[in-house]
Write a protein that binds this ligand. Sequence first.
Ligand code: CP
Length: 303
Amino acid sequence: MRHLMNPLDFTVEELDALFDLANDIEKNPGKYAHACEGKKLATCFYEPSTRTRLSFESAMLSLGGQVLGFSDAASSSASKGESVSDTIRVISCFADICAMRHPKEGAPMVAASKSSIPVINAGDGGHQHPTQTLTDLLTIRSLKGRLTHFTIGLCGDLKFGRTVHSLINALVRYPDIHFVFISPPELKVPDYITDMLGERGIRYQEVIRLEECMADLDMLYMTRVQRERFFNEEEYVRLKDFYILNKEKMSLAKDDMLILHPLPRVNEISVEVDDDERAIYFKQVQYGVYVRMALILTLLGLA
Ligand code: CP
């Protein structure tokens, strides 16, 4: 039995097979419409979500399976003090596979250690968000045809952003990737990440202004400043609109640069950018369903 806690749990070759399957699902959805008949997915979400929870549910329903779960810790027995370890033992009696989001880093890992069904980390605190990373990689591979040889800018909250941490971890395994980290000093990427890049000899730059690097980027991964990760509201208010990507800044970018965003967006991408064909963040959401379908099939041994 396999779980998914971190994008690195899959080798590059296994990821290629997963993405090939996701692309086949995209082209031939009817072939997979009954693949999970009789199987159930539990979504255990202790933190808010729109995309991740509903795309998991949409994925399982599109495979002919069924879904159950909770979307709020307050409506689960966690509110009475039940541990994640006990909850997953119970969920193992109800479902064949579980996607779990939790505000505490490592909670899905604790669940996996006590589970008799595959557990998927659907985001744990500021740590990892592996299925968002699978979504990002599938989007890039499908639209650019490769996961190698590009310069990617990551902009916004690089300190707390689990999508950013997961994506960097995954991309370092591909050749000739150059990172540009764009953040205010207060939200810069953690030292353990820059140390790891240094040890591996991977090129990176840290800049404060988007305008400094727009023209160099093949991809720009925008992120929101996350109110829920701040201890101090004043600090959040000071930093929340630090970056606003608008048409003027887009005019500095390459004609084929892609703009990704894990969403939800707040103000960091102006809605006037949505009609730019380089803005692919809503297409990215659709790839998230295909890759979660491929992941469910793979972890259930049905691929
Ligand atoms: N991208 C993402 O994780 O979105 P949700 O928080 O809506 O699931």
